[in-house]
Design a protein around this ligand. Structure first.
Ligand code: PEP
Ligand code: MG
Length: 916
């Protein structure tokens, strides 16, 4: 029980800012959200920010747990004080007929989730306040337009008026379109005050009709509704999808930012825009961005009007790309630098100050109200993988950050984009450009046209590559965008939803290709009289904005000098080495280019699938006895020896780990009768003999069946052949002066005796060859640890082993009891229901599977302090798993060639993070 005199300490739910003061700061992101924390910080820096207050993420958690009524009561007093604070700074009153305070209510989580949650602007307007706004601003059209926007937004966000089906338009937009038709005008801006008054009435009627509720006139009720809607939007479907795609935990919650409204659409001396302190696409150190005169923030993002560029330089570059003459540019699309030079200078000074303060590239939102500049938001800007690398290296060169920070700045997953395909230069020569849009997110993509996000999803399930074509995208399209190969929109600038989201995903995107007309009902897209239907192939170049007809072959990109510099830096701070999983000299060469320090896994079975080799392989499997098997193995030996020579020569004196045959044999057998007849003819036996043998080989559960070292134990001649091929190849390359130390790896061991039996056989075979050749070569013998039993008995296995390599694919399969082949039936449902946080075949399950790894590391080293330890499951290229491998003290991870840079950077970050 609490002592009698203990006072209950009331939780503080609201933090105010304004007029150069703030209760919060940039360090308080967890409590105030990224946006709220930065608004406070900017106030402290003296940047002009409209005053406001932040309702904390803790309030969101309370809202989710205890509901609306409870929270509203808990924050009532603080909210009243918050509004009073705004009234005092602005000299206005909430809901006043003379001089009303108008506010915006926006979400703001710890990390930015662009467009995922809800916003309400112009809150505080009602039939009285609109008169006040009208008189104060002297612009009655402006006031009624603000009211019209407010009712529309509130009706959508808070009262839930959405289109009834995906083919339907927004019900409010339908009314606006009808009004424009009636008036014979094309643009919203041409509607008169009296039109807008009528629209407000129509909107309210529509709301009443559809929801049975009156539009609220009391500003306090409006405020409570908007705050609740923002908290509710934390759990809307698109926010949930975004969170699961970006690994954002559900319990974080969002903060709510309430701010005094400033108007970029007050008059022609007003504007609104978005600016980046560096180029988010290329990383170039160039202040850039877009704005619209006499417009509100959402107009820039919606991309319905063509935005102008902030700087003169940017404007000129933009005009050149859009093939617009200097004259037309100056007249129709002048830069902010040209039309409002003083405001521009103030903005440019602020961008430099903010970038220096945060020592990172900033993404700013600003509004100019009647010539006065206001900064509405600053945050670390989203950027492409290439920009991420360039900005980190440039900032290091400019002395803004140190080496370690540069290494930590780049998200390893995003390196993938730099390694992404570009169009084959020959194929592109004959390709036909059908349209040109903005280069919104770089890379090349080719796929079949779909018009709806859910189609992109279902086509992806059937392995069909798609290009999602939309007039413009909205956050509802997120899931479809994430699975499409590329995104093409008819509308929208570089800061439109499609562009921002695609860049965030590292997905190729062309936006604002105005020549394209989309007919959703007919599922067609028309360009210059040419019609493309759903399923037709098109290709996109997200780096130039070009849209091509048909399917164009793509190829791998060249890597920049900055990339090399970053990788070098990464290696400087890394302890964990990165090897590659490669089965051919070509793959090995690619991995070497990406900086692999050896081969951690060569899956020899992959070598048997190629070309003619499958024939002797099948003969070996289907042979009636050992003699038959040996005859076939002799043929395979020739291929294998050649393969290993190639690998050793490519890798030179780096380590090469070769695994003995692992998979169940029936994987190599033809399943159709024609194939079976062919093999029968080849082997000179009847079809029946082959069919009987295949029947004999069938297993109910092959993953747990006759595979791994069980093959080498039951058919020792297979191990003998493979060891012969390895040792003879090593002796051959030794003659050429290559110092190779092959590492021979025994798969799927669970008994100590299994390993010992194979080891004895390997040694005996090697000795025979040394005697034959009268020459020796150094080699090592180790084992995969991929069954739980091998992990538990690691101290008994390790005294005889040079190395362990954790096969975490099988170890995950066997620890969870999830079949690698069948898990896709239930894993997606488990992930959706939150039973699993992530796919354990992608990111290692640190406590379960990882627990076994940890035990095996400790016990393995206890049995043999010189034991070398690696991991070669798919997890070797997954940053979170690489971090785990570092922490448990492995010596290396091994992953597919294209993931080598990702693993190298992740390994360096693991060293740096764990050093802190
Ligand atoms: C593993 O099991 O993790 C492994 C690398 O082997 P494979 O995927 O070939 O079974
Ligand atoms: Mg395995």
């Amino acid at each position: 029980m609490a002592p009698k005199d203990a006072k209950t300490v009331k939780t503080k739910y609201i933090y105010t800012f304004g007029d150069g003061n703030a209760e919060g700061n940039a360090q308080m992101k967890n409590l105030l959200g990224g946006k709220g924390a930065n608004l406070c910080e900017m106030n402290r820096l003296g940047v002009p920010v409209p005053p406001g207050f932040v309702i904390t993420t803790e309030a969101c958690t309370r809202y989710t747990e205890k509901g609306r009524e409870d929270l509203m009561e808990a924050i009532r007093e603080e909210m009243e004080q918050g509004i009073a604070h705004l009234e005092q700074i602005m000299g206005t009153r909430f809901g006043d007929r003379e001089n009303p305070l108008l506010i915006s209510v926006r979400s703001g989580a710890r990390v930015s989730m662009p467009g995922m949650m809800d916003t309400v602007l112009n809150l505080g307007l009602n039939d009285d306040a609109v008169e006040g706004l009208s008189q104060r601003s002297g612009e009655s059209r402006f006031a009624w337009d603000a009211y019209r926007r407010f009712v529309q937004m509130y009706g959508d966000v808070v009262m839930g008026l959405k289109p009834e089906s995906k083919e339907d338009e927004d019900p409010f937009e339908v009314l606006i379109d009808e009004m424009k038709k009636k008036r014979g005008v094309a643009n919203d801006n041409q509607l008169t005050t009296s039109d807008l008054k009528k629209l407000v009435l129509q909107f309210k009627e529509l709301i009443l009709q559809r929801t049975g509720e009156e539009f609220p006139t009391d500003p306090w009720e409006q405020l409570q509704g908007a705050v609740s809607a923002v908290f509710e939007s934390w759990n809307n479907e698109r926010a949930q999808v975004y969170r699961s795609l970006n690994g954002i935990p559900e319990h974080w919650g969002t903060a709510v930012n309430v701010q005094a409204m400033v108007y970029g659409n007050l008059n022609d001396n007003s504007a609104t825009g978005v600016a980046f302190t560096r180029d988010a696409g290329t990383g170039e150190d160039l202040f850039n961005g877009e704005f619209l005169v006499n417009a509100q923030g959402e107009d820039v993002v919606a991309g319905i009007r063509t935005p102008q560029q902030i700087t003169l330089e940017g404007s000129r570059r933009w005009a050149e790309l859009a093939k617009i003459t200097e004259e037309v540019r100056r007249e129709k699309y002048p830069s902010l630098e040209e039309i409002m030079p003083e405001v521009y200078r103030e903005l440019a000074a602020i961008e430099t100050r903010l970038e220096n303060h945060y020592a990172d590239m900033q993404d700013l939102e600003f509004t100019i109200q009647d010539g006065k500049l206001w900064i509405l938001q600053t945050r670390n800007g989203k950027r492409t993988g290439a920009a991420m690398v360039k900005i980190a290296v440039d900032m290091l060169n400019q002395g803004m950050i140190d080496e370690k920070t540069a290494v930590l700045r780049v998200d390893p997953h995003r390196l993938d984009e730099l390694l992404h395909p570009v169009f084959d230069p020959t194929a592109i020569k004959s390709a036909n450009v059908i349209a040109k849009g903005l280069p919104a997110s770089p890379g090349a993509a080719t796929g079949q046209v779909v018009f709806f996000a859910d189609d992109a999803e279902s086509w992806a399930e059937n392995n069909k590559p798609t290009i999602l074509v939309r007039m413009e995208t909205s956050p509802e399209d997120l899931r479809g965008m994430s699975v499409a190969k590329g995104i093409l929109t008819a509308r929208g600038g570089m800061t439109s939803h499609a562009a921002v989201v695609a860049r965030g995903m590292g997905k190729c995107c062309v936006s604002g290709a105005g020549a394209i007309h989309v007919d959703y009902r007919a599922r067609t897209m028309t360009v210059d009289g040419q019609t493309f239907r759903e399923g037709d192939w098109i290709s996109l170049n997200g780096s130039t904005g070009e849209v091509y007809e048909g399917r164009i072959i793509t190829q791998e990109p060249a890597l920049s000098g900055d990339f090399g510099k970053l990788m070098k830096l990464a290696d400087k701070y890394t302890r964990l080495e990165v090897r590659t999983n490669a089965d051919t000299p070509e793959d090995a060469a690619t991995a070497l280019r990406f900086g692999a320090r050896g081969i951690g896994l060569c899956r020899t079975e992959h070598m048997f699938f190629e070309g003619e080799r499958i024939i002797p392989m099948r003969e070996m499997i289907l042979a009636a006895d050992e003699t038959g098997r040996r005859t076939a193995l002799d043929k395979l030996l020739v291929f294998q020896r050649e393969d290993f020579r190639g690998l050793f020569e490519t890798m030179h004196d780096l380590p090469v780990t070769i695994r003995l045959l692992d998979p169940p044999l029936h994987e190599f057998i033809p399943h159709d009768e024609a194939g079976q007849r062919e093999i029968a003819d080849d082997m000179g036996v009847s079809l029946e003999v082959i069919k009987d043998k295949i029947e004999e080989l069938k297993e109910a559960n092959p993953m747990m069946g006759h595979r791994g070292c069980r093959l080498g134990i039951t058919y020792p001649e297979i191990t003998e052949m493979q060891v012969r091929a390895i040792i003879e190849a090593a002796l051959d390359v030794k003659m050429k002066g290559i110092r190779v130390i092959p590492e021979i790896m025994v798969p799927l061991v669970s008994k100590v005796k299994e390993f010992e039996a194979q080891k004895n056989l390997i040694e005996a075979t090697a000795e025979t060859i040394f005697a034959e050749r009268n020459e020796r070569v150094e080699y090592q013998i180790g084992t995969m640890v991929e069954t739980p039993r091998a992990a538990m008995l690691a101290d008994y296995i390790s005294p005889n082993a040079h190395f362990f390599s954790f096969g975490t694919n099988d170890l995950t399969q066997m620890t969870f009891g999830y079949s690698r082949d069948d898990a896709s039936k239930f894993l997606p449902i488990y992930l959706k229901q939150g039973l699993l946080d992530h796919d354990p075949f992608e990111e290692i399950d640190q406590y379960g599977v990882g627990g076994l790894v940890q035990i095996a590391v400790e016990r393995g080293r206890k049995g043999n302090p010189n034991l070398s330890l690696g991991l070669c499951g798919e997890h070797g290229g997954n940053p979170a798993s690489v971090d785990f491998c570092h922490r448990v003290g492995l010596d290396y991870v091994s992953c597919s060639p294209y993931r080598v840079p990702i693993a190298r950077l992740a390994a360096a970050q693991a060293s740096l993070k764990n050093e802190k």
